[in-house]
Design a protein around this ligand. Structure first.
Ligand SMILES: C[S@@+](CC[C@H](N)C(=O)[O-])C[C@H]1O[C@@H](n2cnc3c(N)ncnc32)[C@H](O)[C@@H]1O
Length: 304
């Protein structure tokens, strides 16, 4: 979902049912299947490993989960002993994170600083962040080229030289770019909070000249009294292609270390499900965003 999405938008209401955390115990087979269909089964393990390498617990280094949503990553990082800035632009998503935090031990709660900010104008009290993540399509959901560039530049300004930035995106080369006005119906899913079953009817518009696509639809939930509750949703995403991601990161002051096609570290290819990038802030990186346009460094020419 984008900046300004209302709290009763279905993408917020059903977020935790759609993208369950496997870290909270009670792992169910259909949750695993759901995450596998999105190709994000291994995402939390990937980010945790990268975060701990860049900011070992007890080192005093801090990390940032930007576009943290309801805390699918921020909570596991804090449980590992990391000091986390959990940043999101949606007050409703952050309310859900706060509710989950309330059930955590005091030591975990104390390690998470919840910040409601737009990533494109990020302003945190630390400029030495050792690890930052934009997990699960966050850069795409900052749905304009200028805001995407501003987000990466803002992260560079907040990070220590050598600090690690990890992010993952859908691979636009395997996405349908034409309009699909006929709803595609998802498999039935159970909302663990209500116990009700629901399906999603999803549609999308055509990719526009700014590489933006409108994604929209409705959720149909079967309520306990035999009724049907309908909740709609709509958002835009801006597709970012693999080489474009590298150029943008370079422009913002990062050196790209690795572009994989999934969370198992398979080399990226044209038909990879995802674009999983690990980059490091260059020593001059914090100022790179202030450089006049047209002076980016070379993107990486290697996959591994
Ligand atoms: C697909 S969700 C991912 C949430 C979380 N990272 C996860 O893995 O479950 C995208 C998140 O990005 C947030 N977001 C979108 N635009 C943003 C912006 N400009 N600044 C900060 N967060 C933003 C949304 O509110 C949403 O919580």
């Amino acid at each position: 979902m984008n900046r300004g999405v209302p709290p009763d938008d279905a993408t917020i209401v059903y977020y935790d049912a759609e993208y369950p955390s496997l870290e909270d115990g009670d792992v169910r087979a259909d949750d695993v299947a759901r995450l596998a269909r999105q190709s994000v089964l291994g995402d939390i393990a990937f980010y945790k490993e990268a975060a701990v390498r860049a900011a070992p617990p007890g080192s005093g280094r801090v990390v940032a989960d930007v576009g943290c949503g309801t805390g699918r990553l921020a909570l596991p990082l804090a449980r590992l002993g990391l000091e986390v800035f959990a940043v999101d632009v949606s007050p409703a998503m952050l309310d859900r994170l706060r509710a989950k935090l309330a059930a955590e031990p005091e030591a975990v709660r104390a390690r998470v600083r919840v910040v409601c900010q737009d990533a494109a104008s990020l302003d945190l009290p630390r400029r030495d962040i050792a690890f930052a993540a934009l997990p699960f399509n966050v850069l795409m959901l900052i749905a304009g080229l200028d805001d995407q560039r501003r987000t990466l530049a803002a992260l560079a300004r907040h990070m220590a030289p050598g600090g690690v930035l990890a992010l993952d995106l859908m691979n636009p080369l395997i996405l349908p770019l034409d309009a699909q006005p006929t709803p595609a119906v998802s498999q039935p899913c159970r909302d663990p909070r209500s116990g009700n079953s629901y399906v999603r009817h999803s549609m999308h518009g055509r990719l526009d000249a700014d590489q933006r696509q409108r994604v929209y639809g409705v959720y149909e939930e079967m309520t306990a009294d035999g009724g049907v509750r309908i909740t709609d949703y709509a958002f835009h995403w801006r597709m970012v292609f693999r080489w474009e991601a590298e150029l943008m990161l370079n422009e913002a002051g990062f050196t790209v270390d690795r572009v994989a096609g999934d969370f198992e570290d398979t080399d990226w290819d044209v038909d990879s499900r995802r674009i999983v990038v690990t980059a490091r802030r260059r020593p001059d990186g914090g100022d790179a965003a202030d450089r006049p346009a047209g002076q980016p460094n070379q993107p990486s020419t290697r996959s591994k």
